[in-house]
Design a protein around this ligand. Structure first.
Ligand SMILES: [Fe+2]
Length: 342
């Protein structure tokens, strides 16, 4: 990787070492001198300014952005109003290969997933995107189109910081655990007030193919070498434990992820773009904007199969192999039926 940030370190003073990242990217690709990275909190989050996102960014600028994501876990860009679906995807491709959601149709026939609260897209549970498949996304690039007059913030939590600050006995315990993740989680239990048509749509669309994957609870990040916790709503059970033990132990570990010091909360404006390292974060969409429309578009970048601290990789338990995305990348299907957590 090209980041100048050593793994596991705390974040340096701002601005981020743009020159170092640019130098790693090549001699003729210096980023704009206007590019700055400013931390929001001590453990997670930074704003990046002085850059116009698009598919035509020079390699030096992309290297700085990538380094900022890896270091700060989630970064925010204001006023990217010029981005449309094509520009969004073209920029995302500079970070890797886009992947379609396994079961939920895109909104544009390509890779953009709709996060629309008027279609049940209320992600008010802590989760990491798509952990029910082995090689879940490395990055998510989320673009705000319509933002309600109040509410609808998103929170992110740093799962590397949470792990690093676990008491030693819990770290040792977590290192040896594995957990089963599924998209066929108990949606009705998670959203007890959900209307029946939402429950039906969830079953028909989101769980059209039921995935089960066993991940290590602690994975070694392939780019930074940090250890991160792999939990969240898609986790159904810790392997080898009873349901009661699994729930109790998961709650203890999850409580460390959700500590306010490990989180950042973003108040969206239309034109914002947030990019997060999906391998080192969980996020939570706050469902408090009543009936106001909230429309965001997400492009996810392919990840790799997690490896635990013991070297064991994640294992797909069902189906026998990960099928092509159910709707393909060119389905052009509507967003009706988009489920709560994607
Ligand atoms: Fe999500």
């Amino acid at each position: 990787m090209t980041s100048s940030v050593p793994p596991g370190t705390t974040t340096p003073a701002v601005p981020v070492p743009a020159a170092a990242a640019a130098a790693a990217a090549g001699p003729a690709t210096a980023p704009s001198p206007a590019l700055t990275v400013d931390k929001i909190g001590g453990r997670i989050g930074a704003t990046v300014s002085g850059v116009r996102l698009g598919g035509d960014l020079d390699a030096g600028t992309v290297a700085v952005i990538r380094a900022a994501i890896l270091e700060h876990k989630v970064v925010f860009f204001r006023d990217q109003h010029h981005l449309d679906a094509d520009g969004h995807e073209a920029f995302a491709r500079l970070l890797g290969t886009p992947v379609a959601h396994p079961t939920v149709p895109s909104v544009d026939g390509r890779y953009a997933l709709g996060i629309d609260n008027d279609h049940g897209g209320r992600a008010n549970q802590w989760h990491t995107d798509v952990t029910f498949v082995p090689a879940y996304p490395a990055f998510s690039v989320l673009r705000a189109e319509v933002i309600p007059p109040y509410g609808g913030d998103t929170l992110w939590a740093n799962t590397a910081a949470a792990y690093a600050r676990l008491p030693e006995p819990l770290r040792v315990l977590a290192d040896g655990l594995r957990g089963e993740h599924t998209n066929a989680y108990d949606y009705a239990a998670v959203r007890p007030g959900a209307p029946s048509d939402e429950l039906r749509q969830h079953r028909e669309v989101f769980t059209a193919t039921e995935f089960r994957t066993e991940h290590p609870v602690v994975r070694v990040h392939p780019e930074t070498g940090e250890r991160t916790l792999v939990l969240g709503t898609f986790l159904q059970r810790l392997s080898g434990l009873s349901g009661a033990d699994s729930r109790a132990l998961t709650a203890v570990l999850q409580s460390h992820i959700e500590r306010p010091e490990n989180t950042v909360r973003w108040r969206w404006r239309a034109g914002d773009v947030a990019i997060w390292d999906n391998r080192a974060t969980q996020h939570y969409g706050v469902d408090d904007s009543d009936d106001h429309v909230r429309t965001l578009r997400r492009v996810t970048i392919d990840g790799d199969v997690p490896v635990g601290v013991d070297g064991r990789r994640s294992v797909l338990l069902a189906p026998e192999s990960v099928p092509e995305p159910r709707h393909g990348i060119a389905s052009g299907a509507s967003t009706d039926g988009v489920a709560a957590l994607v």
